[in-house]
Design a protein around this ligand. Sequence first.
Ligand SMILES: *Cc1c(COP(=O)(O)O)cnc(C)c1O
Length: 383
Amino acid sequence: VADKRYLFTPGPTPVPPQVLEAMSRPIIHHRSSDFREILQRTFDRLRDIYRTEGDVLVFTSSGTGGMESAISNLTRPGDRVVVVSAGHFGERWAAMAQKFGCEVDTIGYEWGETPSSDDLSARLSETGGAKVVFLTHSETSTGVVADVQGLAAVAKEAGALVVVDAVSSLGAVPLETDSWGLDAVVSGSQKALMTPPGLATVSVSSDAWAAVEKDAPGRYYFDWQETRERQEQFDPAFTPAVSIVVGLDVALGLLLEEGLEQAFERHTRLGRACRAGVRAMGLELFSPDDDRSAVVTAINAPDGIDSSELVQTLRDRQGIVLAPGQGPLKGKVFRIGHIGYYDVFDITTALAGVELVLAELGADIERGAAITAALEAFEHTRV
Ligand SMILES: *Cc1c(COP(=O)(O)O)cnc(C)c1O
């Protein structure tokens, strides 16, 4: 079918029909009691999903707007900050902090490496600490999910604020905002939260509030204090993307109805299924062969095959949309996202498509093994 698409990227992700239905209703006014009720419920649900008693601010922007708000509210030009970077999104933290005039100390890993809390601890003690440490929970460009709990503990120990990019991880893998001591956690609507792109969410701890200088220059739309005051009255400062908020409310309800722990287990099993299928086909994993890697699986393209061309061919022939490699991995890896509104048959469809196209391109792969291996790994393992 010419226009049928199978969306298997780590964002945007497929949206459940209940969410699409809610978003197709007539627009309501953002200062009406109709919307107030939805806002109130959405904020409560976000707190449940973040596992925080603190504030979760909502901005109409992509996830990067939420990241920028953390920098513009928590830092001033000249502040020393540490960025732990092992891929595209770690590099984004460093580039943004630089633009805002911070003195940026980057702990840089090769793309695909897993950050270590010993390295962070050593750097913080050698350099006399930092005002803020910026972390990436799920490095979507490589498939690595970092041990944010361990990294955060080391950063807090050194007296730094901890800011986490959890855009692709919140709702997919465990994240405990309060009990891990995370001062700001940024997420976005279009990944594991099963909603179209358009909203960023940011939790703010009491330590983070204490560090926000009131009325400091360098921010307006993304001002946390203004946003909190208006959110407390359910009277948004600016016109929000009303339909996307309506959708997010329904999507968060679905996630909480499934249960967060159940959703985490489902994602772990989806990751296992994807890796088992990839291995059975005879392909090499780029992302770690590890249960933590439950957001996106990055796979090395076989020798002589350009991964970007593979992704384009899958889209053209079968309507299957995977993600290509970014930065230094461009042309080398392709990525299958498995977060949000997603089950094992999405994995088997993705693997079947990859198998067919690779066989056509003459790659030396095992035919017919991937799907059985994926189904077995999904069904017969419990977390
Ligand atoms: C998707 C993503 C972002 C934000 O992307 P936007 O395009 O700005 O929504 C940030 N960090 C990670 C890890 C992501 O996966």
